[in-house]
Design a protein around this ligand. Structure first.
Ligand SMILES: C[S@@+](CC[C@H](N)C(=O)[O-])C[C@H]1O[C@@H](n2cnc3c(N)ncnc32)[C@H](O)[C@@H]1O
Length: 280
């Protein structure tokens, strides 16, 4: 069935949203998904969609977007963008879709630095530039380095830096974690892969997002084991490293950080799960 009941009496945006959300039963946010796709089809913000367009005829372009989402493609890959912290990032297949949970790292860093400002920031595994570009938006005088082993992700990061007006303050470089980096930083951010290879994942993640951004050995800790020993030499005096962790990894990653001689604090996400470790 098409999104218009017939040519004379087109389906309204309001009804099309309800019908689309009803097809996204696999999603934790079916209505939000439908609204983001409709806003994209109409070329308006979601806020404007809800205020002004609910009684408009549904655009024909919406139907194809709904089919893609029904195939469990992430909304951000369909619309080509994702809001994160104070910025909008262009994203596509080849880079992890930024997660709201990862904003916990920026919150933790903001609280840690308070009125001080980190001047130099390192983002290990930057993907589409997510954490570095959010931090540079937070601290307009700061500059930083984003490292990733994915050339596709780095191309998106560079494009995002240009679009966000941060290109003069952000350098993106291909690399294997901190190998070859001999500078010290006030803030080191890292959201490495941390899913165990056998762990169950929803099809919209396992089927669409890059495996190299998700999996880190049998217990999901392989990349922390490689990153953590380098943190002491990467941190400037008074500096902090903020690492994202999986909900069950607080004890294991804290132990690695303490073995490296660092003090550890934890920060929880909005769902109450331990999400970020702050190491000083
Ligand atoms: C979970 S994603 C995080 C992306 C982004 N920082 C975010 O928070 O949304 C992990 C990132 O680490 C990168 N990565 C994986 N192994 C790496 C390695 N050995 N060296 C550098 N980057 C790596 C992946 O390509 C991916 O972009």
């Amino acid at each position: 069935m098409s999104w218009t009941d017939d040519a004379a009496q087109p389906r309204r945006v309001r009804e099309a949203l309800g019908a689309a959300a009803g097809r996204f039963t696999f999603s934790a946010t079916p209505r939000l998904d439908a609204e983001l796709l409709m806003a994209h089809a109409l070329g308006v913000s979601r806020e404007r969609l809800l205020l002004r367009h609910l009684d408009d005829p549904a655009p024909h372009a919406f139907a194809a977007l709904v089919e893609r989402r029904a195939d469990q493609e992430p909304v951000a890959y369909i619309t080509g963008s994702r809001a994160f912290w104070t910025i909008d990032l262009a994203v596509g297949p080849g880079a992890l879709v930024p997660r709201a949970d990862s904003e916990t790292l920026i919150e933790a860093a903001v609280d840690h630095f308070g009125a001080r400002m980190p001047a130099r920031i390192l983002d290990l595994g930057t993907g589409p530039g997510t954490l570095l570009l959010a931090a540079l938006d937070q601290w307009p005088a700061a500059s930083g380095l984003g490292v990733d082993r994915s050339t596709e992700a780095l191309a998106m990061a560079q494009g995002n830096a240009v679009r966000l007006g941060s290109a003069t303050r952000a350098v993106f470089r291909i690399g294997d974690w901190a190998a070859g980096i001999d500078e010290r930083f006030d803030l080191v951010l890292a959201n490495p892969p941390y899913i165990g290879t056998g762990e169950p994942l929803p099809p919209e993640v396992r089927g669409w997002e890059p495996a190299g951004a998700l999996f880190a050995g049998a217990d999901g800790l392989d990349d922390y084991r490689r990153i953590v020993p380098d943190l002491p030499r990467l941190l400037a005096p008074g500096g902090a490293a903020v690492l994202e962790i999986g909900a069950s990894q607080e004890a294991a990653v804290s132990a690695l950080l303490r073995q490296a001689g660092l003090e550890v604090n934890v920060r929880h996400d909005l769902a109450g799960h331990p999400r970020a470790l702050i190491a000083t």
